[in-house]
Design a protein around this ligand. Structure first.
Ligand code: NAD
Length: 276
């Protein structure tokens, strides 16, 4: 009751909902991660960006995000497939921001191929980047969150964390794993003010999806334009791509004080796909 009143008072005096919080968003140089980082910064959080890309472009992005929102924004190039790099990123973020309140595990890759010819090294890379990185990053930040009695973990899973599609064995396995990991973290953090939730997007138009078109066309033996209609949007009843802004808005809410009782969930943002 007191928390709700505090939040209402803050809203009335115009404080941003995440002012004073600091976040790490993995894979935030592009797509959904960038959309979430932008939304968190706009909500007042300091943000550590992460991901690959052209250094000059990333610096332009970082500076604009900081200037536009009057928050501290840093960048760390940690490769999410490397636990040592993840731990170093946490050390740098903690030194810069003082503490880490919010972790968004978003970095991810995809590979589409029939299971009989699915390359083992792609399986290993998808498991490391899409799933194990979340374990390592939460392990490095969780105890401090519990000690401060506040923490928000947002895991970007997928509709493929709830249902499967052919030719995506590693991705579907990793995303189902991400949903399971989310539930376990939620139970361990529940008494300490630390929540963990998975966001399960349907198809969102990002470079990750764009790069799948050729492989999907080959695996399904159909033309590129048919991939969009008959594969990507076939099961998405809204017949539109979800947007990175929608993922950002949900993340801000999950990180706010008013989401304190939402934990252990896997929230579909999939245009009705998993309602089938
Ligand atoms: P994207 O390709 O636009 O962005 C991926 C980000 O991850 C980039 O910033 C990239 O540099 C980073 N990244 C990749 N490998 C990395 C590594 N080893 N270390 C650090 N960073 C790395 O993709 P996206 O579509 O924005 O996907 C983001 C997340 O959303 C992924 O986990 C993906 O599985 C999930 N998702 C995407 C969709 C979709 O339709 N686009 C749907 C459901 C879930």
């Amino acid at each position: 009751m007191l928390n709700a009143l505090d939040a209402d008072t803050e809203a009335m005096v115009g404080r941003k909902p995440l002012e004073g919080r600091s976040a790490i968003v993995t894979g935030s140089t592009s797509g959904i991660g960038l959309g979430i980082a932008q939304a968190l910064a706009k909500a007042g959080a300091a943000v550590m960006l992460n991901g690959f890309g052209n250094p000059a472009e990333i610096e332009t992005l970082r500076a604009a995000l900081a200037d536009d929102n009057d928050v501290d924004v840093a960048y760390d190039c940690a490769d999410m497939s490397r636990p040592d790099a993840i731990h170093m990123m946490v050390e740098r973020a903690t030194a810069r921001f003082g503490q880490i309140d919010i972790v968004v595990n978003n970095a991810g890759i995809q590979h589409v191929a029939p299971i009989g010819t699915f390359p083992a090294e792609k399986w290993d890379a998808i498991m490391a980047i899409n799933l194990s990185s979340a374990f390592h990053l939460v392990q490095a930040t969780f105890d401090a969150m519990c000690a401060r009695r506040y923490g928000r973990i947002v895991n970007v899973a997928s509709a493929h964390g709830l249902v499967a599609s052919p030719f995506k064995s590693a991705y579907v396995a990793a995303k189902h794993g991400m949903v399971g990991l989310t539930k376990t973290i939620a139970l361990e953090g529940a008494e300490f003010g630390v929540t963990a939730n998975a966001i399960c997007p349907g198809y969102v138009w990002t470079p990750l999806v764009e790069h799948q078109i050729d492989d999907q066309a080959k695996s399904h033996n159909i033309a590129r334009d048919a991939v969009i209609r008959d594969v990507f949007l076939k099961n998405q009843p809204t017949k539109r791509f979800a947007t990175v802004e929608e993922m950002g808005a949900l993340s801000v809410f999950l990180c706010s004080d008013l989401a304190a009782s939402i934990t252990g969930t896997a929230i579909p943002v999939d245009g009705g796909w998993t309602a089938h």
